[in-house]
Design a protein around this ligand. Structure first.
Ligand SMILES: C[S@@+](CC[C@H](N)C(=O)[O-])C[C@H]1O[C@@H](n2cnc3c(N)ncnc32)[C@H](O)[C@@H]1O
Length: 201
């Protein structure tokens, strides 16, 4: 974890600027996906910070949102979540227990994103799905962000969405990608889940 998230007010900043980080089309994809979760379902937001993405997926529904993050300064500012101080890989959960596992603007901050991804897939229940929101490094803005993050000592491990789809397919997951400019949302499920057909931006 780099300096920005170690700062005690980092979570306050993220809550304040979450509107900029999650544009309306991303929010709508996340909320639509959330309607495919069972009543009382469990969502795990990995690198979730204050839990913005998990809460957007839950929307108005009564789902339980777990947020795993190694930064106390982020978790402290989460509301209505179950905070867990942990990093991926190495999350303290049993396999197969979450109806959805997500990561928003987070995977590229992980030192071992490939292993973290495998772990996230293993945590999914049989009818669960994965939701990843991140920036495409093959676009102009995404590439600039990657270079800027590396300059500031962050790992900058960005995945192009197609690469992520190929990796997930080797793990037996079907994926669908929504992309506008440098931002993308990837939905993936081990089975042909209706969420893959019915969600649109
Ligand atoms: C850009 S913030 C995104 C926070 C949140 N997902 C959001 O969208 O507001 C990236 C987060 O990833 C967390 N992080 C970094 N490395 C991690 C790891 N290996 N496992 C889990 N979280 C990690 C950081 O502490 C930080 O809170």
């Amino acid at each position: 974890m780099g300096m920005p998230f170690a700062c005690p007010i980092s979570g306050w900043m993220f809550n304040r600027f979450q509107g900029l980080l999650y544009p309306p089309w991303v929010r709508s994809v996340l909320e639509m996906a959330g309607w495919h979760l069972p009543e009382g379902g469990k969502v795990l937001d990995v690198g979730g910070g204050t839990g913005t993405m998990g809460r957007l997926i839950a929307g108005p529904r009564k789902l339980s949102v777990w947020v795993a993050d190694p930064a106390p300064g982020m978790l402290r500012h989460g509301r209505g979540i179950h905070p867990v101080l942990a990093r991926a890989p190495g999350l303290p959960f049993r396999r197969g227990i979450f109806d959805a596992v997500c990561a928003g603007e987070a995977l590229h901050h992980f030192r071992s994103p490939g292993e973290a991804l495998e772990e996230m897939v293993h945590l999914l229940a049989p009818k669960g799905f994965l939701i990843l929101y991140d920036f495409d490094p093959t676009t102009l803005l995404g590439g600039m962000l990657q270079r800027a993050e590396k300059l500031f000592g962050e790992p900058g491990n960005f995945f192009a969405p197609q690469r992520l789809r190929e990796r997930l397919s080797r793990m037996g997951m079907h994926a669908r990608i929504f992309q506008k400019g440098f931002r993308y949302v990837l939905l993936a499920s081990p089975a042909r889940h209706p969420v893959l057909e019915e969600v649109s931006p």
